[in-house]
Design a protein around this ligand. Structure first.
Ligand SMILES: CC(C)(COP(=O)(O)OP(=O)(O)OC[C@H]1O[C@@H](n2cnc3c(N)ncnc32)[C@H](O)[C@@H]1OP(=O)(O)O)[C@@H](O)C(=O)NCCC(=O)NCCS
Length: 192
């Protein structure tokens, strides 16, 4: 059962990770964590084509974040100060709902950092952006991701058959969601 201890405190809110706007130089750390690794197997995105393209993309995203047009972050491991992944929140048109996504490089996976990133990002979306509902789309079978979201109070909303085509193959997706009320109840019960 995936949901049995979803009410326990998430690993987040304890500064394992820091989220900051991307800068071009992050590509140096992040490109090797994407290229030729398993990370993009469970993402709709297939990864950057080249280091040059990736540097340019991060530079543009940084400018969009500074202008308040995007909510995209580089994930930094607090202990080492290294860039270890990326995450973002995408608002819907009226700003009441948002979709979130993340990836973490293989050497840093399985250390509760993904769970911590989701906690940080959820706080940002509810507190700073003021959304009422957060959602995430996870490839069916990506249990680690589903679990990391459930650890933060997300619940399964539906399973969408053939939601995306990945490398020419249709892939089913789980849609997970977290309502503001549920998030507020959690954060209140976790407060000292
Ligand atoms: C998915 C991802 C973000 C999760 O982050 P992470 O730091 O590796 O995950 P965490 O260490 O926080 O662990 C999440 C939970 O999954 C559990 N888990 C790990 N592997 C599992 C598996 N094969 N089956 C079930 N649960 C698993 C962990 O035990 C943990 O649960 P727990 O807190 O109850 O012990 C990360 O692995 C990743 O970036 N993967 C590649 C890209 C991707 O899939 N992104 C998500 C797209 S929606």
């Amino acid at each position: 059962m995936l949901n049995d201890d979803a009410e326990k405190p998430p690993a987040g809110r304890n500064r394992l990770v820091e989220l900051r706007p991307p800068v071009e130089a992050d590509a140096q750390d992040l490109f090797p964590l994407l290229k030729g690794t398993s990370v993009t197997d469970t993402l709709a995105w297939d990864g950057p084509l080249s280091l040059t393209e990736y540097r340019r993309g991060l530079h543009e995203r940084g400018a969009q974040v500074a202008a308040g047009l995007k909510h995209f972050f580089t994930i930094v491991e607090v202990g080492s100060g290294r860039a270890i992944g990326s995450c973002d929140v995408r608002l819907d048109e009226d700003g009441s709902r948002a979709m979130m996504g993340l990836w973490i490089g293989e050497p840093y996976q399985g250390k509760k950092l993904g769970t911590a990133v989701i906690a940080e990002l959820a706080s940002y979306a509810f507190e700073t952006l003021g959304v009422n509902r957060l959602e995430a789309e996870v490839f069916v079978g990506n249990l680690r991701s589903r679990r990391a979201f459930e650890r933060n109070g997300f619940v399964l909303l539906q399973t969408n058959p053939a939601a995306v085509v990945k490398r020419g193959v249709p892939v089913d997706e789980w849609r997970l969601g977290l309502e503001r009320e549920a998030w507020e109840r959690r954060t209140t019960s976790l407060s000292p």
